[in-house]
Write a protein that binds this ligand. Structure first.
Ligand SMILES: Cc1cc2nc3c(=O)[nH]c(=O)nc-3n(C[C@H](O)[C@H](O)[C@H](O)COP(=O)(O)OP(=O)(O)OC[C@H]3O[C@@H](n4cnc5c(N)ncnc54)[C@H](O)[C@@H]3O)c2cc1C
Length: 468
């Protein structure tokens, strides 16, 4: 008779890993699956120096053990206010306790002790930001950097591989439900795996797949706002006023022209702009940023994202985001880069103009061009207004030399209807992390995996794991 796992987990990103850590010492049969490879086998050709994104399937940057977290900058945002809606789902007190618990596990597996966002200057910066119409949300932050983030996740892989079954290079194609209860999953090779509980943690990369499966089972889906924008690159020194105290500054603003919410996201001092391909079988190339334990470039990059909520009959936020990103792919072969001065002058950037620009693009493979051909006016206008507002706080951000890369899109726009313990409308099927629209970052993704795992432990009459 085929083995029946107590718990199968789809996706070995932070949500799947932390669910596994919570379950691994409880005496349950646990299987963790991911379509990507082992953490050390994940090598991105672009980062390895081959230049252009070759659309690896699956993309090494976002798939495999560690998920999108493996190449992330490893900024652990230790706040209930940003990075997801855990607080909304489980309440403030539990969310706070979960975040502290997640942090303690990252520390056990190798995260460094230093914290940002707690200095005396924080309140002064908050006041200064408010005086120019920006809201600065100071958050306690621990920074691992890409190298240490990789090592920390690798320690987790080593630890878990002795305690649970891990199957990498395995794509899950279908979820199997009988009579409203989870029965198992089917791999891309047609193998059925039976399980009593299922945790779906497919990340942004698998958000579209999850959405399609949810539609197949007629599960309720809400649309999150669509987050579309650009990655900005400026000299590291320009941003030092903020980054030396906060490391990452979470700035928010409502655009004058459209009253849309505009925010900074994922600030990487001394980091690099990178390409990633997301979207499963129909991928698009988007931009992102990574930072290192020690600065590797003289630039700081960060995203400016514009959130827009569309009205009925709109119901395809992921398709919309992909469409916008694809326009930049069509124009450039991958992603576009443009000087702010060129954008304002209504002309494209060229190789020659970039050559003379004092800021050297950290993503050399980006094609100089004109973002206004790809980004709808509403987004572009809001981004420029946000840059001009930040410029009042940090002079130089809206200089003509500033680089804009596009398109950056966050694919967490559809969210499943979930109970406070993250169960879906299918009995014993849980969903966690970015793909389920629960989180938008490492810490809350990790916390959400724990929430689902704890409910499974409770239903199985087991106790939570003692890690290490
Ligand atoms: C370059 C970069 C930098 C980042 N920097 C930061 C940062 O500094 N701080 C921060 O908080 N966040 C950062 N993030 C975001 C963070 O990585 C994510 O929020 C987090 O990884 C989400 O965790 P997750 O477990 O929900 O999903 P993911 O980490 O995306 O993992 C999902 C996994 O599921 C697998 N999967 C998907 N579908 C299937 C399927 N059908 N079958 C099998 N496997 C499947 C994927 O291969 C993937 O490995 C960054 C992301 C990127 C890409």
């Amino acid at each position: 008779m085929a083995k029946v796992y107590d718990v199968a987990i789809v996706g070995a990103g932070p949500a799947g890993i932390f669910a596994s850590l919570e379950l691994c010492n409880a005496g349950l049969d646990v299987l963790l699956l991911d379509k990507g490879g082992e953490i050390d086998a994940r090598v991105c050709p672009v980062q390895n120096g081959s230049g252009h994104c070759v659309l690896c399937s699956p993309c090494h940057l976002v798939s495999g053990f560690g998920g999108a977290g493996a190449f992330s900058d490893g900024k652990l945002t230790l706040s209930t206010k940003v990075g997801g809606r855990i607080k909304e789902l489980v309440g403030s007190e539990r969310a706070r306790a979960l975040i502290d618990y997640v942090d303690s596990i990252y520390l056990k597996f190798g995260a460094p002790p230093q914290l940002y966002g707690m200095g005396e200057n924080t309140a002064t910066l908050e006041r200064e930001a408010a005086s120019v119409g920006l809201t600065l949300t100071p958050v306690k932050l621990r920074h691992l950097g890409t190298e240490l983030c990789h090592e920390t996740l690798k320690s987790m892989q080593n630890y878990l591989s002795q305690k649970i079954d891990i199957r990498l290079g395995t794509t899950i194609k279908n979820i199997i439900v009988e009579g409203g209860v989870i029965r198992g999953i089917e791999t891309g090779h047609g193998e059925n795996i039976d399980c009593r509980y299922l945790i779906l943690a497919p990340g942004r990369e698998g958000a579209e797949w999850l959405c399609n499966e949810a539609e197949r089972f007629k599960l309720s889906l809400d649309s999150n706002p669509v987050d579309v924008g650009c990655r900005i690159e400026v000299p590291m020194t320009t941003m030092e006023k903020l980054t030396s105290t906060l490391y990452e500054s979470k700035l928010e603003f409502y655009s004058q022209s459209f009253n849309d919410r505009v925010r900074t996201f994922c600030m990487c001092p001394g980091g690099e702009v990178i390409m990633e391909s997301t979207g499963g079988s129909d991928p698009v190339i988007t931009v992102n940023g990574i930072g290192y334990t020690q600065p590797k470039t003289r630039n700081t990059n960060f995203a400016i994202l514009v959130s827009t909520t569309f009205t009925e009959p709109f119901h395809e936020p992921i398709a919309y985001g992909k469409y916008v990103a694809r326009l930049a792919n069509i124009l450039s072969g991958s992603v576009l880069v443009q000087r702010l001065g060129d954008l304002m002058d209504g002309r494209r950037s060229t190789q020659a103009r970039l050559h003379n620009n004092p800021i050297e693009p950290s993503l050399q493979a980006a094609t100089p061009g004109d973002l206004s051909f790809a980004l709808p006016y509403r987004y572009l206008k809001s981004i420029v207004e946000m840059l001009q507002a930040i410029d009042k706080l940090v002079p130089g951000v809206a200089s003509p030399q500033t680089l804009l890369y596009g398109i950056e899109v966050k694919f967490y726009s559809s969210r499943l209807k979930l109970t406070p313990c993250l169960e879906t409308e299918v009995r014993n099927m849980f969903a966690a992390g970015d793909g389920a629209g629960v989180s938008r970052g490492l810490v809350q993704a990790s916390a959400s995996g724990i929430v689902a795992a704890r409910e499974i432990l409770k239903r199985s009459g087991k106790k939570s794991s003692q890690i290490m």
